[in-house]
Write a new protein. Structure first.
Lengths: 112, 112
């Protein structure tokens, strides 16, 4: 079964807008939530990650919002740029006992 | 520099043949993983390992074996390759103290 669900499958935003990508999970033991991006022909690369000791993690234009009660987390990309166009994957794992599970991905297109 | 190296980068195999995909990491990481990527399914966990000489089944282990002869090396073996195993395969490694996996470049496998 899908342990991590991701939506939407694809998303198109205009340059300068905020893109919002969503994920949810089932296993309440998960306590580490990384986001990766992947450009065509390349391997996934870590973008930003959060442990739920806090509900928010920021890194430049990228912010993770985390809701433990609802088992949901999201990635907000502020001031989206055409260079942000890629496929984004969320993942979940137990911090010191890894084997991360990934969502199916969101293909983001940023139009100039 | 941290690195995960996969070989071969691409392979064409015949149905029923044996295929071995190799992975080597120089990160001194304890954890290693094999994922499969198909369009629409994201990254699915096949096998993983916490320590040399031991492997664990992931979410889709059927038709695959794994071998971890040393901390640095992790192989994925398809004893009887099938058409449905055509995909891109990624190896990754991570430390035992948390941290998101670092991915190799991927191996594109076509089974004909």
């Amino acid at each position: 079964q899908q342990q991590v669900r991701q939506s939407p499958q694809s998303l198109t935003v205009w340059e300068g807008e905020t893109a919002i990508l969503n994920c949810s999970y089932e296993d309440s033991t998960f306590d580490y939530f990384p986001w990766y991006h992947q450009f065509p022909g390349e391997s996934p690369a870590l973008l930003i990650a959060i442990r739920p000791v806090s509900n928010k993690k920021e890194d430049g234009r990228f912010t993770i919002f985390f809701n433990k009660r609802e088992k949901k987390f999201s990635l907000h990309i502020a001031d989206s740029q055409p260079g942000d166009s890629a496929t984004y994957f969320c993942a979940a794992s137990v911090y010191n006992n890894n084997a991360p599970r990934f969502g199916a991905g969101t293909k983001l297109s940023v139009k100039p | 520099e941290a690195a995960v190296t996969q070989s071969p980068r691409s392979k064409v195999a015949v149905t029923g043949g044996k295929v071995t995909l190799s992975c080597h990491q120089t990160n001194n990481h304890d954890y290693m993983y094999w994922y499969r990527q198909d369009t629409g399914h994201g990254l699915r966990l096949i096998h993983y390992s916490y320590v040399a000489d031991s492997t664990e089944k992931g979410d889709i282990p059927d038709g695959y074996k794994a071998s971890r002869p040393s901390q640095e090396n992790f192989s994925l073996i398809l004893e009887l390759a099938s058409l449905s195993q055509t995909a891109v395969y990624f190896c990754a490694s991570s430390s035992g103290q948390g941290g998101a996996p670092l991915f190799g470049e991927g191996t594109r496998l076509s089974v004909l």
